[in-house]
Design a protein around this ligand. Sequence first.
Ligand SMILES: *[C@@H]1O[C@H](CO)[C@@H](O)[C@H](O)[C@H]1NC(C)=O
Ligand SMILES: *[C@@H]1O[C@H](CO)[C@@H](O)[C@H](O)[C@H]1NC(C)=O
Length: 456
Amino acid sequence: MYTKVATALSFASLVLGQQVGTLTAETHPSLPIQVCTAAGACTTEDTTAVLDANWRWTHVTDGYTNCYTGNAWNETACPDGATCAANCAIDGADYEATYGITTPETGALRLNFVTSNADGANVGSRVYLLASEDKYRLFNLLNQEFTLDVDVSNLPCGLNGAVYFSEMDEDGGLSRFEGNKAGAAYGTGYCDSQCPQDIKFINGEANSEGWDGSDENSGAGKYGSCCAEMDIWEANSDATAYTPHPCSVTEQTRCESEADCGAGDSRYAGICDKDGCDFNSYRMGDQSFYGPGSTVDTAKPITVVTQFITDDGTDTGSLSAIKRFYVQDGTVIPNSLTVIDGIDATNEITEEYCEQQKTAFGDNNYFKTVGGLAGMGKSLTKMVLVLSIWDDHAVSMNWLDSNYPTDADPTAPGVARGRCDPADGLPETVEAAHPDAYVIYSNIKVGAINSTFTAA
Ligand SMILES: *[C@@H]1O[C@H](CO)[C@@H](O)[C@H](O)[C@H]1NC(C)=O
Ligand SMILES: *[C@@H]1O[C@H](CO)[C@@H](O)[C@H](O)[C@H]1NC(C)=O
């Protein structure tokens, strides 16, 4: 929700580009999903997963020389963004050995946090669902529900196992941008509502100009990549939130100025709503709903159901509510009810909920400014599924599982979001303490309302 920047930690000797490299074979792990009809029949689709381009080795097209090393571009190969994209290739990925990405059973994806490999260590990963070798699977979620099982039992404070939808191009930008020769087959074209500036190639050009290697293994360029984002699941074993983030644009859009990217002091001036309108049960007043041994018990796998309700009950209506249910041990558990002064008791996200929440917590309702729930709904017709695990180099995931803003009074409305110690999520701390952390996502289903889950 607050930031997804600077998480694409790669390792020192590996890098990236936008031609296609052939030194490592690219084999997309199988990740089938189910599509269900109102009558309750589900059919399997043979979808696969693809690793995001930012994690891949980028080298000169005619050899092994890195185009990007650690946090810096090779200035010979990359004197400017367009030349760099022409000179450099992104290569195939060894999903398991290099990145710790496996499919432990049919329809399940496991993402390991830290993976020691021949080149050092990989931290976190981000993959997308593919419908075919070179096209992402586009989802139309209006008047539909999306369901999956998550296992966060080995995902402690400070980490985020995230499942969300971003309004990326179906082909990863291959047809829209001449300089992009890799496309969805190599995980290009990422965007989200944070307008991330740590993306190495945007719109078929390297983001090398003004690149600031802010961190040992990543950096930020002058461009960002913006688009609407629907966070289904941002969570660890102690906290969870689901959050719509609309934008004033309806496709992946490169931002350039601080104002457009919503960077720094321009947070409430950019193309996208970086805060979103979140529903985090702890933050919304039910502190015993989610966690190990709680009503939703994070020591065990959890089925997470998210419904996108339209005002007229049709696929062409306007998005009016986002509902949440959990299923555990055959029992359907409705989302927790809000218990906050100034907010009518509710367990779903509606425009009214968002207005009351922003007022009660003294937050800027930029969500409404860039389109609100109806605007989010327009984007929901063509979304790409993202599955990731990450730690937070900007604010230690405190916005999800601790107190945020960090300098605010924790007893002030909206500040406490979870039980975690604010220091737990410091990347160097969590990487050292929990390198073996992981998340498993499985049984992904999409379909008509009430078609993808049942009580026992
Ligand atoms: C940068 O790339 C050039 C070729 O384009 C290569 O000769 C040089 O060794 C590279 N520098 C580094 C530091 O990798
Ligand atoms: C889905 O199930 C809920 C709870 O049983 C019910 O209130 C709702 O009307 C159902 N919606 C549809 C579209 O069947």
